[in-house]
Design a binder for this molecule. Structure first.
Ligand code: HEM
Length: 307
């Protein structure tokens, strides 16, 4: 059985759907069984879930700071503790407290949404660094210089100073965005601004991240891996809707946390090891059509050498 899908290609309309007219497109329309599977999707009215996500966004910086000191699972445990201790986190906009199912569901989403996406980003970044030694050397040099200024400590502040590494990660996320598309469901009939078109309630709306990231109108030579696209100068002029690895608008990812997580992994590895490509990696890379998150067929195999 098939259902019609509204594929958005106009950048202004992308902005409307993800942000300006968000009240028409608050949900993703992914099937979940709220009654029997409350952990995946707590039984709460949609608006309340959105409020809860917005409240949780305030946690991002605290969690990112914790992350640099702890491994992933203790962070989740700590986020549980934080949820219990901070009253403003326990309360949604309507003044009601979150239920235990909702708290568990939020933590579960953190785990599911954060693990494979971050691992995939690190893998593709290392693949590019393995094939471009000059970029790898520059990243390592930056790590050494910055960490020296911070007594060799990997902290939230020291990671924030790794600007070239951030460029490399942003370019990795452009070329190999773990999510290939964003999905929304139209919740009430929507008249497309400036067009004689109405998107009907219930219609699935798809925004192709891959399509936008490889569009020559937004990126010159889009197949070329070039971290300079995200240098300070270019960042100033960039339309934030043409770089969508974390989505956009109120349903976007808590991206700062994802970026921090990837930075921790890459910094720990690159300060101690040189990375090169193992011959088991099949070139040119071919993306697997079956995996939900971007992945290379046959995997990416790397050699690590102590330095
Ligand atoms: C590089 C790593 C990551 C990437 C590329 C990524 C990407 C995404 C994308 C594309 C979405 C959908 C956004 C939209 O529909 O507009 C999303 C949602 C989400 N992500 Fe991430 N993510 C990453 C890491 C993380 C981490 C580390 C966490 C938490 C620990 C996380 C938590 C979430 C949550 C909670 C949502 C759902 C937001 C909502 O529905 O309100 N993500 N992510």
């Amino acid at each position: 059985m098939t259902t019609p899908v509204y594929l958005v290609v106009d950048m202004e309309l992308v902005k409307h759907i993800l942000t300006k007219d968000f009240n028409h497109f608050m949900d993703r329309g992914v099937y979940t069984n709220e009654k029997d599977d409350p952990i995946v999707n707590p039984a709460t009215p949609r608006e309340r879930r959105v409020e809860a996500h917005l409240e949780l966004a305030e946690l991002v910086e605290i969690l990112a700071r914790l992350l640099v000191m702890l491994t992933y699972i203790p962070v989740l445990s700590l986020s549980f503790i934080a949820l219990h201790r901070k009253p403003y986190i326990l309360y949604t906009g309507d003044g009601n407290s979150l239920t235990m199912d909702e708290i568990i569901a939020q933590s579960f989403v953190f785990f599911v949404a954060g693990y494979e996406t971050s691992a995939t980003t690190m893998t593709f970044a290392l693949f590019e660094l393995a094939t471009r030694p000059e970029i790898q050397d520059r990243v390592r040099k930056e790590i050494k210089v910055v960490l020296r200024r911070h007594n060799d400590q990997i902290t939230y502040d020291s990671l924030s100073e790794l600007t070239y590494l951030t460029q490399v990660i942003n370019e990795t996320l452009r070329v190999y965005s773990p999510a290939r598309f964003l999905q929304r469901q139209c919740l009430k009939n929507y008249k497309v601004p400036g067009e004689d078109v109405v998107v009907e309630k219930g219609t699935s709306v798809i925004i192709s991240i891959k399509g936008i990231h490889y569009d020559k109108d937004y990126y010159k030579n889009p197949t070329v891996f070039d971290p300079e696209r995200f240098n300070e100068e270019n960042n100033k002029n960039m339309n934030s809707y043409v770089h969508l690895p974390f989505g956009q608008g109120p349903r976007a990812c808590i991206a700062r946390f994802g970026i921090m997580q990837v930075k921790v992994g890459l910094t720990c590895l690159l300060r101690k090891c040189k990375v090169s490509l193992n011959e088991k990696t099949k070139l040119p890379l071919k993306m697997s059509p079956n995996s939900q998150v971007s992945a290379a067929e046959g995997g990416i195999w790397l050699n690590l050498e102590d330095i």
